[in-house]
Structure formats: structure tokens, C-alpha cells
Design a protein around this ligand. Sequence first.
Ligand code: NAD
Length: 293
Amino acid sequence: MTAQIIDGKALAARIRANIASEVTDLHARLGRAPGLATVLVGTDPASQTYVRSKHKACNQAGIQSFAYELPATTSQAEVEALVEDLNANPEVDGILVQLPLPKGLDEEGVLSTIHIDKDVDGFHPINIGRLNMKGRPPLFVPCTPAGVIEMLDATGVTISGADAVVIGRSNIVGIPVAALLRNRDATVTVCHSRTRDLPEKVRRADIVVAAIGRPEMIRGDWIRPGAVVIDVGINRIEDAQSPTGSRLVGDVAFEEARQVASAITPVPGGVGPMTIAMLLQNTLTGFKRTHGL
Ligand code: NAD
């Protein structure tokens, strides 16, 4: 079997085009575009790149974006004061604090300060708590995990009743992905660095979600024939053949796994583009909720 390649880039482009057209209509009707504020503390180059691409995506979708950049020496009180200002700003529908924060700042304290109505990253403790409870949907679902579910749905994968294995238990990916799959009636196993016999656990899965941060760790012979594989990992490895001397790979050995799986996401061009599409979607959701739509 050669797997269907789940094209995250194309799916994200379709979602972004739909968002842009809805934003155009709503802007004309309501006299205001949705607004996203980003807060970047420090000068981490990867974070700067992520924030820049979020602003570019907003711009293309007709969403207003406001960039706040603070030095790494900013105090907890100063970051929280900025978030409070943004909570009160009627032009801002979503607030995104780029993680990780520099050492010394209390991430949970900052995230808790974001008003849950503007928590477009879905990381406020109340939104995460609701995500983990039965019958209490959060106001926003974290973007990368939401993108994973969107890709499964777009591929026509039956989640209900499936055995799903999530490798990784981070607050940003593993834990919320597992909650979303469970909420959709999958039977979920969460694996992590202390899991015994990981290949055996992965072999049970109809749906595999890898969010580890280890290049090509999940091998093809770990995948049950016909399983669906969603690779969240983004890892840069050396590659003498590449003009830049390096290339991106996922957490799954793609060439091996595609021989066995029924569908698989590539890296790059899989989950990555979906994350930004879901952020725009969440910002639009926040804007519509503010207007009672
Ligand atoms: P993290 O470092 O916070 O968590 C990694 C998880 O993997 C941990 O829970 C750990 O227990 C588990 N793990 C580590 N080694 C393991 C092992 N040997 N066996 C089993 N489990 C092991 O990482 P994260 O923030 O969840 O990110 C994971 C990957 O996803 C990274 O490559 C990151 O770059 C990528 N990522 C991609 C997107 C996207 O938009 N596509 C978004 C967020 C993260």
C-alpha cells in the first residue's frame, strides 16, 4: 500500500480563502475587521519568525494585526499589564502570547491573564480545563491540535471508535490532541518518554499522532498497515545534498511509513500550515462571538 499524502498546505489555503471571504463580508457589514494582537517577549529568532508569519497571514485574510514586542528583561507585572490593556481594547478579538516566554517569567500567570473570550491560542487554564471535561466545550481549541483534527476530518477518517496513539504529552500539542480525539470518541493512548515498548503501543493504532521533536523516530514497521499517520514534529537535520546543508523532517520516517499507512502528513507541508489557518479561524470565531454571530 502507498499512503495518500494529506496535503496540509492545500487544505490550509482553502480554509484561509474561506476565512478571507467571510472577513470581507463581515468587515463591510459591521464596519470593523477582526483584530489579532501578538505579544513577543525577547528576541528568540524562531519565535520572531513564527510571529512574523502570523502577521502576514492575518494581512492576507483581511484581519488586522497588532504586534507588541517587549525586551527579555520585561517583568511579569509589565507583561500582564500589556495583556490587561489588550483585554480592554475593543479592536482586539484575539491575544496571542508567543511561547516559550524567557526564563523568569511565569507562563501560566501570563496565560491566565488573557481574557478567555480573547484566548485564540486556547491555552488559558479555563479553556484547557473545559477541553478536558465532558460536555463543556472550550471557547477556543489550541491551533495545532485543532489542525490535526481538521486534517483527519478532511481525509474522511472515522475518529469515533478508533484506537488512537498520541506520542508526546506537551501542553501545546500532545495533551490537547489527546483530549480532542477522546472527545470525538476515540480510545486514546498517550505515550511519552517513559513509555515502555513504544513500537508495540504504536502498532495498536488506527490513528497515530507524533508530537515528540525527534527526527524520524517512529519507524515504518511500527505502523499498523492501513493506519493514518499525523506527523506534528518539525526537526531540522543536516543534509549535504541540500543547498542549505539541512532540511526539515518530521518525527516519523516518512518514506518507510508511507509504504504501510493508508494516509500520512508530510513534513514540511502537513500540520505546520494548518496551525496558522486555525489561528485565523479562532480570531474570526472570537470576532463573531463579540458581535453575537
Ligand atoms: P515538547 O518537547 O514540549 O514535548 C515532547 C514530548 O515528547 C514530551 O511529552 C516527551 O515526553 C515526548 N518524548 C520525548 N522523547 C520521547 C521518546 N523517546 N519516546 C516517547 N516520547 C518522547 O514538544 P512539543 O512542543 O509538543 O513539540 C513536539 C514537536 O512538534 C516538535 O518537533 C515541534 O517543533 C513540533 N511542533 C509543530 C507544530 C506545528 O505547527 N506543526 C506546533 C508545535 C510543535
